[in-house]
Ligand binder design. Sequence first.
Ligand code: EPZ
Length: 431
Amino acid sequence: MDKIRIRGAKPLRGTIVIGGAKNAALPLMTASLLTEDTLTLANLPHLADITTLANLLVQHGVEIRMDGHSPNGGHAGRVLSLTAAKIASTTAPYDLVRKMRASVLVLGPLVARQGKAKVSLPGGCAIGARPVDLHLKALQQLGARIELKEGYIDAEAPNGLTGAEIVFPQVSVGATENIMMAATLAKGETVLANAAREPEVTDLAHCLQAMGAKIDGIGTDTLRITGVKALHGARHEIVADRIETGTYAMAAAITGGDVELVGTRADLMNAALDVLRQAGATVTPTEKGIRVQRLEGPLRGTDVMTEPFPGFPTDLQAQIMALLTTADGASMITETIFENRFMHVPELRRMGANINLHGSSAMVRGVPRLTGAPVMATDLRASVSLVLAGLAAEGETLVSRVYHLDRGYERLEEKLAACGADIERVKETAG
Ligand code: EPZ
């Protein structure tokens, strides 16, 4: 298994190209199941999670073709065509679903188009229990009969789905996406209240509209979807990855650097950029994206609470914690979305961070500097927070379990090295 070696304490300077959002690309790919025509997705990131979902879709009968890069060239995304002319299987097997929870997003589209689906229940997860009860209850409200047996969700709607008024008791990105997709082919109107309005949900809604879906209220917490008989093909450019953007913005700030992030947008992430400013970074929207600088003075402690969009995203919580470990003063970081998303804390402590956990809050007291150490993480964002800490730390940091990073960060070492980071991927040695 590979590791990443970082020799830290070097400011990052340069330009980083931001890719399409992983968490937009995954639901968008499952939307291809809703039509027999071709859905073409541009600005697709090259990530392990995308390959995992592509394998699942192929087994449902989707023909997938890689059409090279987007016209802006270089590494700025790929173009993928997905055609589900015929659904070969409505079963999403355990072996494929267990690799990635987002696989459950095939459920809504398959039931809507085929009247049935059998999808393995995703198992537990490092960051929390992450049940799918909200997806199932809402699908039942659209008229599906659902049974849980032998580890599978068995859903049936032989006469199709029917629109309904659904009030989500809690904001869920995945449930909103799954049910919005299902409702596009249901009879009549569906109202989704307390819907998630993350930019990735909005991006999916825009793509569904381009495919012929009727959706009102996009970008708000109430979506109104009027079902249509069939959807058609479309071409859609995937929104920039706000979490990748935020991660590199924090890398620039933690190292006292100056980096322009291109191909991204400040309006996708105002809450995170505001926190960076409060912490002492200069953040300026540019023609091509966002410039982040911290040229003078130390970082300042600041309080952060994760919330559904437009609040501060849980997917940047580990990274902001890494940043605040070296700030002047104390910071309180409160995680409200997942119950177990502090797995990076013991690893950051091994690098000299002073962090105390109290339930869902972490009290971070800034230290003058971190020191390099061998570290290991349990999920994607926790791993990248250790990379950020390593970039700031004195000495050498070795991050293991790099496969977590490969799920969500494309060419991470290359992008950082191009800005002056001393970072490389190394083969694990025995012992
Ligand atoms: C999406 O997960 C993202 N994944 C996650 O990104 C992200 O952390 C999360 O949204 C929150 O923003 C993808 O988009 C593929 P939720 P999702 O349903 O949809 C609870 C990353 O690092 N809940 O909004 O699974 C749930 O347990 C990943 O890229 C239920 O109780 O998240 C959680 O506490 C990690 N029942 C909360 O709601 C349900 O049926 C929000 O989860 C569904 C969710």
